[in-house]
Design a binder for this molecule. Structure first.
Ligand code: ADP
Ligand code: 5GP
Length: 193
């Protein structure tokens, strides 16, 4: 029996660059670190694929799965009627194989995860500044004005809770933020292959 794996929880405000940096980290730890693919009721963005970026579910399907206890945690993230959740099926089998599982989730979801997995390693990705965060959100071009404003207001709530995380990483450049997270994993005895 391999020793059980661990969870790496990565949070940070929308638009800070989580997905971009996480993709780079995953490339460095292929085979040992696996991304948990969340379920969501929001619409796919152009280019997003079901089962790759998210499991895109209808509201009723999501509710049914929630009632059946299929989520480790789930939450309505932007108070906009869009639900996000971590399916147990994305976590349990891989931990049992001794793999690390990376969860890219919001601060409230992260708190729920810590209740079940107090040894989870937690990383908060910080923007260089609020104005740079806003610039990136606008430059991504995936949300309208109202959604951007909602995300920026949620960002302030998330930044205020950042100190709950074990590690803070500033996403100034993608290369440096990737390097910082890889160093954290090395400190946790996860070596690159
Ligand atoms: P998140 O997953 O946190 O919502 P994304 O990874 O989608 O954020 O990044 C938001 C936007 O910022 C994207 O257009 C991405 O290409 C860009 N971006 C990410 N990291 C950086 C960086 N270090 N410098 C400049 N732009 C970045
Ligand atoms: P987006 O819509 O930009 O893909 O994600 C919006 C927010 O939802 C991000 O802060 C992201 O971390 C969070 N999120 C994505 N999946 C989950 C999940 O499974 N659980 C929780 N709690 N948050 C999630």
């Amino acid at each position: 029996m391999p020793s059980p794996g661990k969870l790496l929880v990565v949070s940070g405000p929308s638009g800070v660059g989580k997905s971009t940096v996480v993709r780079k980290v995953l490339e460095r730890y292929r085979g040992q670190l696996r991304l948990s693919i969340s379920a969501t009721t929001r619409q796919p963005r152009p280019g997003e694929q079901d089962g790759v970026d998210y499991h895109f579910l209808s509201d009723s399907d999501f509710l049914q799965r929630q009632a059946a206890g299929e989520f480790l945690e789930c939450i309505e993230v932007f108070s906009q009627g869009h639900w996000y959740g971590t399916p147990w099926s994305e976590v349990r089998p891989f931990l049992a194989e001794g793999k690390w599982v990376l969860l890219e989730i919001d601060v409230d979801g992260a708190q729920h995860v810590l209740d079940s997995f107090p040894r989870a390693v937690t990383v908060f990705i910080q923007p260089a500044s609020l104005s740079e965060l806003e610039r990136r959100l606008r430059a991504r071009g995936t949300e309208g004005q109202e959604a951007i404003e909602r995300r920026l207001s949620v960002a302030k709530h998330e930044l205020a809770l950042a100190e709950r995380y074990q590690y803070q990483v500033v996403n100034d450049t993608v290369a440096k933020a990737t390097e910082d997270i890889c160093r954290i994993l090395q400190d946790q005895d996860l070596t690159e292959k």
